[in-house]
Design a protein around this ligand. Structure first.
Ligand SMILES: *Cc1c(COP(=O)(O)O)cnc(C)c1O
Length: 379
């Protein structure tokens, strides 16, 4: 492939000497669980997300699971409670809820942002609703005054699935300025899965929050439930962050702004050059920081999608679909009654029409414009 969808070695190449050194330093230190590499990363991550606590954990799904488990241990939620969540999301958002015995209540997507339609949240609230899990999908902050207003009036916790949007900001009507994803709600989960905007070389994740009780509970739960050594307050898990991953993530975090800026430049290029009657481009908003372009998702009429993907492959352009089957259609949930939802026409249509184009910094702007021209010649 001349234009691969994502070349991770190339993404890491500009920083590879720094990364190697950071990993060697951990090897030489003799500290292979926790220690200064993890502490330094957590401190840097809290700064980037404008929070007071970052707790490094094993991966993004565990970060989400631990947040809800912690709220249950803290008596803020109980199994059987309902959590409002977008239908158009990666399945991990939903798995984290059902793993804790919580009931996901799916809300359809907004056709312009592809995120949760915040106008539909209120009607999904019942007396069992305890939280909204908002997902900043494809890098776009999913947070506005309507979501905030429903949460406040119904005393709901707001949890962010920030796996795809580290570095993005939400601009909230009536609130001055902008706030970083990861600090918008009561707690947030981040993933450092290798393909994410800041990717580890293996699995890694984190919880960010300004709630010190929640941070302490998550930290204990992720370490066998120990609040101090050999004292198990909770029947916990082992979901700790690997210090080698922490060390290399600290290096990569220093380049977050540059990486997200590069993604934005590629999105602008696609936005300017792609001009095809069958191809719907993603929303460009007035605030640059609204979206950190984890994915650049175009839409095709469903009957043309397969042909479009095959045409791009023939022209050496790699693509992907995020995601071809929404969670409520997956065999583990479909027909089980474990998810509450009505008709989800937007989510269903998106699943049949979306195509993700190469957007990582490893695809140059020049290559993005060549890809755009190839798209414009699609017959
Ligand atoms: C990647 C991802 C996760 C899960 O993260 P892992 O680190 O792979 O466990 C959760 N939610 C969303 C939206 C994701 O994209």
């Amino acid at each position: 492939m001349k234009y691969p969808f994502l070349d991770l070695a190339k993404v890491n190449a500009p920083y590879i000497d720094e990364i190697r050194q950071a990993v060697v330093d951990v090897i030489d230190s003799g500290r292979y669980i926790g220690g200064p590499a993890v502490d330094a990363f957590e401190e840097a991550l809290a700064k980037v997300t404008h929070t007071s606590h970052a707790v490094g954990v094993s991966n993004g799904l565990d970060a989400l699971r631990l947040i809800f488990r912690a709220y249950i241990e803290m008596g803020r939620m109980a199994p059987g409670d309902e959590v409002i969540v977008p239908a158009n999301t990666y399945i991990a958002s939903i798995l984290a809820l059902t793993d804790n015995g919580l009931t996901p209540v799916l809300v359809d997507a907004d056709p312009s942002t592809l995120n949760i339609d915040t106008a539909l949240i209120e009607q999904a609230v019942t007396e069992r609703t305890r939280a909204i899990l908002t997902v900043h999908l494809y890098g776009r902050a999913a947070f506005d005054h309507r979501l905030l207003d429903v949460a406040r009036r119904h005393h709901l916790l707001i949890v962010e699935d920030n796996a795809q949007a580290i570095g993005a900001q939400a601009h909230i009507a009536g609130v001055n300025g902008h706030r970083a994803t990861g600090s918008l709600g009561h707690a947030a989960a981040i993933s450092f899965y290798p393909t994410k905007n800041i990717g580890a070389m293996g699995d890694a994740g984190a919880v960010t929050t300004c709630d010190s009780d929640l941070a302490a509970t998550v930290r204990a739960l992720a370490n066998y439930g120990c609040d101090r050594r050999y004292h198990n307050l909770y029947a916990g898990l082992n979901c700790r962050l690997d210090p080698m991953q922490a060390a290399l993530l600290t290096v990569k975090l220093r380049h977050l702004e540059a990486e997200n800026g590069a993604r934005f430049a590629r999105a602008v290029c696609y936005g300017n050059v792609i001009d095809h009657p069958l191809v719907t481009k993603p929303l460009m908003t007035p605030h640059v920081s609204d979206c950190v372009w984890h994915q650049y998702v175009v839409q095709l009429p469903p009957e043309h999608r397969d042909r479009f993907i095959a045409y791009l492959a023939d022209n050496s352009v790699g693509t992907d679909i995020h995601y071809p089957t929404p969670p409520h259609r997956q065999p583990c949930y479909s027909g089980t009654g474990r998810l509450i939802h009505g008709p989800l026409p937007v989510t269903e249509r998106l699943a049949a029409s979306m195509v993700s184009l190469p957007i990582s910094p490893a695809t140059t702007v020049r290559e993005a414009s060549e890809i755009a021209r190839i798209i414009n010649r699609f017959a």
